[in-house]
Design a protein around this ligand. Structure first.
Ligand code: B4P
Length: 187
């Protein structure tokens, strides 16, 4: 049984590693960024609401994000565990997640923190921009997303560290190397 979060700045490898870890552990990976992007593509009301914030590199309002996560975690497939990627991203979302898990009678087991320095992060995301053309991967927006991480998301790591849940993993190196470090940290 694993109920875990993966947290780190934009470009640290959260989405990349979440897919691999969820396969290894046999639990669903739930990425708020991916859910938003799927809704933007399908032009749903949720996607229309989220798009302007994502394009600007800002966090989507908590009211929208929290409702979406609440619905997703309520689906039956999370009873045996889950890997949340990109949520919670500020202190208010931590509180909301506490409430959701309490209602579901669940508790977090581990918070995986991926680290990397800012210049590496910018280079990775600019590299992705050339391949995937994500609207939030321009240099100005990337730098803004890094600032938003420092201003709003870094505190999430502190809050979970106070609960003794955080395991820090170096996100530098090849994707395979990072996966090996993560699996070792979870063992
Ligand atoms: P996310 O989708 O979470 O985007 P991200 O922070 O860039 O991480 P991602 O998982 O995509 O990238 P990764 O590090 O794996 O969020 C996007 C936006 O959605 C946010 O800005 C916000 O607007 C909104 N949002 C999401 N969640 C929210 C929430 N809870 N509340 C409010 N708003 C929310 O990979 C990046 C690149 O690095 C890739 O190209 C990858 O191939 C490469 N890479 C990965 N590992 C590597 C390695 N070891 N070596 C070299 N390259 C590597």
């Amino acid at each position: 049984m694993t109920r875990m979060l993966i947290i780190g700045p934009p470009g640290a490898g959260k989405g990349t590693q979440a897919v691999r870890i969820s396969e290894e552990l046999g639990v669903p990976a739930i990425s708020t960024g991916d859910i938003f992007r799927a809704n933007i593509k399908a032009q749903t009301p949720l996607g229309q609401e989220a798009k302007r914030y994502i394009d600007a590199g800002d966090l989507v309002p908590d009211s929208v994000t929290n409702r979406m996560v609440r619905e997703r975690l309520g689906e039956g497939d999370t009873a045996e565990g889950f890997l949340l990627d990109g949520y919670p991203r500020n202190a208010a979302q931590v509180e909301e997640l506490d409430g959701i898990l309490q209602e579901l009678g669940q508790e977090l087991d581990v918070v995986l923190q991926l680290t990397a320095d800012n210049e590496e992060l910018v280079q990775r995301l600019l590299g992705r921009a050339q391949k995937e053309g994500r609207t939030d991967d321009t240099e100005d927006v990337i730098r803004h997303r890094l600032d938003v991480y420092d201003a709003e998301t870094a505190v999430v790591v502190d809050l979970y560290a106070q609960r003794g849940l955080v395991r820090e993993v170096d996100g530098l190196g090849t994707v395979d190397e990072v996966t090996r470090r993560i699996m070792a940290a979870l063992a």
